[in-house]
Ligand binder design. Structure first.
Ligand code: 5AD
Ligand code: SF4
Length: 462
């Protein structure tokens, strides 16, 4: 227990956290748990065991928030049976709904929740929890221009893959997106601190790190950009795979493409959200590129990194989207042939510029369009996965297959999920897998050999 622990009793209090939304939230939850562990708390994965229950929330779409409201109902039942349990609502919803939630203090959510903490106020969690034990409800929702939690070592559970948040916030202001309002302005950690963190992960045997930011390629540490960060991180340990997300097409520089191409341990996988294939809609979305520029960028990427895997995000049913706009998105997807796509129905978010536009695409049409997009993507994914059959790939063994205790699952450099017999391999091994069959989501293979490092091309290894 920490020397200045706030905890009055002998048994350590237990904290339970549920994380919703993006990987930034997953990384933030590890920061919150680290701060509370330093203050003497123990982490539990079981809700009923918990003394402090936290929901790290997402506001990006209405249905994300609805799910969390539903969950708060269940927390309320827990609180009814154990009134001493503390409930905290943290993250984007806390930030977005701060006024509404405090106005509701006397009823509904405000009654259940003891703490409301925005993404830039996590350092105050120990103090807020301490106050809540003494019956004082707390709210901390200031956004910061500098907070990066640079000095906090996240409390990680997996021993193979780690998220590292390298920048926070977003200055892009896409017209549909609430993130610039819930997570504030862009700011980056220092390059030295990120490299130090990767060195520590390397010494602990981690095999994969994913550099995270809402918009990673606007990373900056004085005159060093994201490509410089990526290179420095890749050079720490060649047996660690490096991934990164999310990239905005506007900031995807040729220098960054070169850096990915030049390092065997930077995964040849780029998530590059396009959002729409229609120039008119892209303009309304304030995405700052048009279809031709986006396709030009993909051309440069594929020319320099021929075996690259690409994925995207698509929003369907943005205000005024016509059937013709939708077909342009379908055509773009057919043309690009992404390896994967995350598709969303447009959801109006208060305070965003698009909120003032009429949400005039009926939900039934949004459903039709999203289904067409998903069907088309599934066909493309299936074809691409089947093209991999009879070829061999390097796979990082991650964990037991969700469907079978005698199989492992792991991913290729291109982020494809592969399932294969366990053999004598262990999590963290790099192994060579021959693909035997595939569906649109998963590859199934047989194993050939294991090696401890990412294999270099012959001429580099010589
Ligand atoms: N409605 C639907 N989808 C959205 N996204 C962001 N905001 C909205 C919204 N208001 C999607 C975008 C983004 C992804 C993380 O979530 O596609 O890239
Ligand atoms: Fe939202 Fe656009 Fe920023 Fe992504 S780049 S977080 S979609 S505002």
């Amino acid at each position: 227990m920490a020397e200045h622990s706030n905890i009055p009793r002998m048994r350590k209090k237990r904290v339970y956290i549920e994380t919703y939304g993006c990987q930034m939230n997953a990384a933030d939850s590890e920061v919150v748990l680290s701060l509370l562990a330093q203050d003497g708390y123990e982490v539990t994965n079981t809700l009923v065991d918990a003394d402090v229950v936290l929901a790290n929330t997402c506001s990006v779409r209405e249905n994300a928030e609805q799910r969390i409201y539903g969950r708060l109902g269940e927390f309320k039942r827990l609180k009814n049976s154990r009134p001493d349990v503390l409930i905290g609502l943290i993250g984007c919803m806390a930030e977005r709904l701060r006024t509404k939630l405090t106005a509701e203090k006397a009823k509904g959510v405000g009654q259940i929740v003891d703490m409301i903490v925005g993404p830039d106020e996590y350092r105050r969690m120990p103090e807020l929890v301490h106050r809540a034990w003494h019956g004082e409800k707390g709210i901390a929702v200031q956004l910061s221009r500098v907070e990066t939690y640079d000095d906090i070592v996240p409390l990680r559970t997996s021993g193979i893959s780690a998220w590292i948040s390298v920048m926070r916030g977003c200055d892009k202001f896409c017209s549909f997106c609430v993130v610039p309002f819930t997570r504030g302005r862009e700011r980056s950690r220092t390059l030295a601190s990120v490299v130090r963190e990767v060195e520590i992960l390397s010494s602990r045997g981690f095999k994969e790190v994913t550099l995270l930011g809402q918009n990673v390629n606007s990373y900056r540490d004085e005159n060093r950009d994201f490509a410089d960060l990526l290179r420095s991180v890749a050079e720490v340990d060649s047996s660690i795979r490096i991934r990164f997300t999310t990239s905005h097409p506007q900031d995807m520089s040729d220098k960054l493409i070169e850096t990915i191409a030049d390092h065997t341990n930077i995964c040849k996988f780029i998530h590059l959200p396009v959002q729409s294939g229609s120039d008119r809609i892209l303009e309304l979305m304030n995405r700052t590129y048009d279809r031709a520029r986006y396709l030009g960028l993909l051309y440069r990427i594929r020319t320099r990194i021929p075996d690259v895997s690409l994925s995207t995000d698509i929003i369907t049913g943005f205000p005024s989207e016509t059937e013709d706009d939708h077909q342009k998105t379908m055509e773009l997807m057919e043309h690009v042939r992404y390896d994967g796509a995350f598709t969303f129905k447009y959801s109006p978010r208060e305070n965003t510029p698009a909120f003032k536009m009429l949400d005039d695409v009926p939900d039934a049409i949004k459903t039709l369009r999203i289904n067409e997009i998903i069907d088309q993507q599934q066909k493309i994914s299936l074809q691409k996965n089947q093209e991999m059959v009879n070829h061999t790939y390097e796979v990082l063994v991650e964990s037991e297959s969700k469907k079978s205790p005698v199989e492992w699952q792991g991913r290729t450099d291109g982020n494809k999920m592969v399932v294969f017999p366990k053999g004598n391999f262990k999590a963290g091994d790099y192994i060579t897998v021959k693909i035997l069959r595939a569906n649109s989501a998963t590859l199934f293979g047989s194993t050939e050999k294991s090696h401890s490092q990412i294999e270099l091309p012959i001429e580099e290894a010589a």
